[in-house]
Design a protein around this ligand. Structure first.
Ligand SMILES: [Mg+2]
Length: 351
């Protein structure tokens, strides 16, 4: 079947829970949506919401790039999935936003046209995992209240944003652990806000934390080599792992035990699989993260995540706090576990 039309839209979406991390406060996002329509009427969707701070380009620029590029795919045969992906990988090399949206849309369209769930196409290797839900930087009482709410909704893997002042950070986690004991699992994200010594202090003071995400600045990633073996095992590199090349660099020595892959950093399913394969070859575990994003791109990330045996952690809560979305479906949450739908493609439907 032939690609007949491509629609590109950009929408501003408010967040129901604005939040703060170590370097910014977010209250709304821009969401780029790509719709690929075949000459038999079948369509597929892709989406992107990139962070300029992390990848150097904002979603509005990605939208403009997508508009300028879209006609190049008209007339292409959807069966040539990998040739079509090669075209966008080259043409949109410098823009992970438009690249991700097209890459996801081509996968969804191909799979829907073949009546195949994306999970089956990629080859699901693991059982469903829980996703963490995220608490931004806030006071101790507000942190405890928000976690109570999450527990009441069936979530028990909580990611807490830290990275402003180490002693306050430690206090927040210790108080949280006193309140919730072993009823929740805690992972933390310092978003580059700590020094080497802060990180060691945290690790030596606080136990029972699943993982420590990106404690050091990207420019200081080299310093991870000085952490103890035990500490390195719990470090998840996030902002340091943007491209497949970064994955090669930071797996060449023992920098960290975990890589956090986001489709919105690397530019879609194909690049994410390159990073995941490098990590697999080097014995590095995978965490799959997201920005605030549509169900479209979160579902894509979930399906790729489940196609790797070294996937250990999901942090795919990016669509939960959008005031509205363009689709429904994609996945279900069952007892806190994220389960992809078994319908064709991403399993999403336009509202
Ligand atoms: Mg992070």
């Amino acid at each position: 079947m032939i690609i007949d039309a491509i629609d590109i839209t950009l929408e501003e979406i408010a967040l129901t829970k604005p939040y703060t991390i170590s370097y910014k406060t977010t209250s709304s996002i821009k969401n780029l949506v790509v719709k690929v329509v075949l000459n038999n009427g079948v369509y597929g969707l892709g989406a992107a919401s990139v962070s300029k701070y992390v990848v150097g380009i904002d979603t509005e620029s990605s939208y403009k790039n997508a508009l300028a590029y879209k006609d190049e795919l008209i007339g292409k045969n959807i069966s040539n999935l990998f040739q079509n992906i090669d075209l966008i990988e080259k043409a949109l090399e410098k823009d992970p936003g438009s690249r991700a949206a097209f890459n996801i849309a081509l996968h969804d369209t191909f799979c829907k046209n073949s009546n195949l769930p994306l999970s089956q196409f990629l080859g699901q290797k693991i059982k469903p995992l829980p996703t963490s839900v995220t608490v931004g930087i806030k006071g101790v009482e507000e942190t405890l209240e928000e976690i109570e709410d999450y527990c009441a909704s069936g979530f028990n893997h909580i990611k807490i944003k830290l990275g402003q002042q180490i002693d306050q950070d430690i206090e927040r986690i210790v108080k949280t652990q006193e309140r919730f004991k072993n009823s929740i699992k805690i992972r933390i994200d310092a978003n580059q806000g700590w020094s080497f010594n802060d990180t060691v202090k945290f690790f030596n003071t606080v136990s029972n934390v699943e993982l420590i995400e990106q404690p050091l600045k990207v420019s200081e990633t080299e310093e991870c080599l000085g952490f103890s073996k035990e500490l390195k095992k719990t470090i998840a590199l996030d902002e340091s792992i943007v491209t497949p090349e970064n994955a090669i660099t930071f797996s060449s020595k023992d920098y960290a035990g975990i890589f956090n892959i986001k489709l919105m950093k690397c530019g879609g399913i194909s690049a994410a699989r390159e990073i995941a394969s490098t990590a697999l070859a080097k014995g590095i575990d995978l965490m799959w993260g997201c920005n605030d994003e549509s169900i479209i791109s979160v579902s894509a990330a979930l399906n790729v995540a489940m196609s790797y045996p070294n996937t250990k952690y999901l942090d795919l809560d990016g669509s939960f706090d959008l005031a509205k979305d363009v689709v429904v479906g994609g996945f279900e949450i069952k007892d806190g576990l994220m389960v992809p739908l078994s319908t064709a493609g991403l399993g999403v439907a336009l509202i």
